[in-house]
Design a protein around this ligand. Structure first.
Ligand SMILES: Nc1nc2c(ncn2[C@@H]2O[C@H](COP(=O)(O)OP(=O)(O)O)[C@@H](O)[C@H]2O)c(=O)[nH]1
Ligand SMILES: [Mg+2]
Ligand SMILES: [Zn+2]
Length: 354
């Protein structure tokens, strides 16, 4: 979906003739458009989003700007140009990656909503205290690849198990080409290695079910207690609503962590190549089927069913892929129907960005 996804370094590393603070993680995409606009001084990165308000960092050494987002679809992590009067976001610069979810239905119209932008690495958290859930991870990997970010699987609570080897192997089986790491937000095991993914001013997001240890790991990565964890929340009547604002948090040394409650509950939006990336092993097999239009059911010379019979491909993985492909087809159909309906009324909405 996104601009070449993982190719090459994400960030502009060279010197530039202007004064952007590259520690903010400026991407080439954003810088390119910013130069086209004449390199305006009032430009920066959205570090916090509250209802209707953006906080924009122009530099790490200056206090951030606060302004309204009137008419702009702004997400945490966006690079933006601010109006001359400093009162609002004038333009959202091109995104390198975006987490998009279908926010709501209006009539039969699915609305897309960007919940975080310019994420380089998305950590998919699973707790070692529960049995490994391959199907859930497969779905998350599709989402992650579709967003344009690079997924990394993190198995949390390693201090609570004797040997994580089997769980790591089980999830690695459904995560071809993806790093699988273990960590503990409590003992700090593996945390430094995870911080390494933020090198070069990259931005990390954490995704995972409630209770897997996102807040605990976030605090460990940031190096101080930033977020209420489940334990703390119990005595707090305001409960889960203590950390609802989205925020871009600076990591010690280098890089960013995007803390966005919405990222925890994404559902599939339209696709790019997420399914091909997430099921790269199955797609490799499919390339070797005798017939180009092989459905991988009863056909002779089907490399996929051969692999299942040989025990090298889990049949549940093929089913899972077919289910996700079907789901995506339904979504695409919905989107087409929506576009047609809008055409008839003579109103064309911009497509979901990016
Ligand atoms: N032993 C241990 N407990 C953890 C770890 N990470 C989280 N927890 C505990 O698991 C519970 C849920 O953690 P929390 O960070 O709030 O999960 P979240 O809902 O994903 O944000 C809390 O009681 C944490 O103390 C870990 O690495 N080791
Ligand atoms: Mg939490
Ligand atoms: Zn086949």
């Amino acid at each position: 979906m996104m601009c070449g996804g993982l190719s090459g370094p994400a960030h502009y590393r060279g010197r530039i003739d202007d004064e952007r603070d590259l520690r903010l993680g400026w991407t080439e995409h954003a810088l390119g458009r910013w130069r086209e606009l004449g390199a305006p001084a009032a430009a920066g990165r959205v570090s916090r989003l509250d209802r209707g308000w953006s906080t924009v960092l122009v530099s790490l050494d200056e206090p951030p700007l606060r302004m309204r987002n009137i008419g702009a679809d702004v997400a945490v992590g966006d690079f933006v140009v601010v109006t001359d009067d400093g009162e609002r976001v004038q333009e959202v610069l091109p995104r390198r990656s975006a987490f998009v979810r279908r926010a709501s239905f209006e009539g039969n119209r699915a609305e897309a909503h960007t919940i975080a932008a310019n994420i380089d690495v998305v950590m998919l958290l699973h707790a070692l205290t529960s049995p490994p859930n391959q199907r859930r991870l497969e779905r998350e990997l599709v989402l992650a690849w579709d967003s344009g970010a690079r997924p990394v699987v993190v198995l949390t609570k390693t201090d609570l198990v004797d040997d994580p080897t089997a769980a790591v192997a089980s999830l690695q089986d459904v995560a071809p080409g993806v790093d699988v790491r273990v960590a503990s937000g409590i003992t700090g095991d593996g945390v430094e290695e995870l911080r390494g993914y933020a090198a070069g001013n990259a931005s990390i997001a954490l995704l995972g079910a409630s209770g897997v240890g996102k807040s605990t790991l976030l605090n460990a990565l940031v190096g101080h207690s930033r977020q209420a964890t489940a334990d703390v929340r119990e005595g707090d009547q305001r409960g889960r609503h203590t950390t609802t604002a989205s925020e871009l948090v600076r990591l010690p040394g280098d890089g960013w962590l995007i803390d966005t409650p919405g990222v925890r509950a994404v559902s599939l939006w339209s696709s790019g190549h997420g399914i091909e990336r997430a099921f790269a092993d199955v797609f490799d097999l499919m390339d070797h089927c005798r017939f180009r239009d092989c459905k991988h059911e009863q056909e002779p010379g089907c490399a996929v069913t051969d692999a299942i019979e040989a025990g090298t491909l889990d049949p549940r993985r093929l089913e899972s892929m077919k289910r996700l492909v079907a789901e995506e087809a339904v979504l695409e159909e919905e989107q087409r129907a929506q576009e047609k309906a809008l055409d008839r009324r003579g109103v064309r909405r911009p497509k979901p960005k990016p």
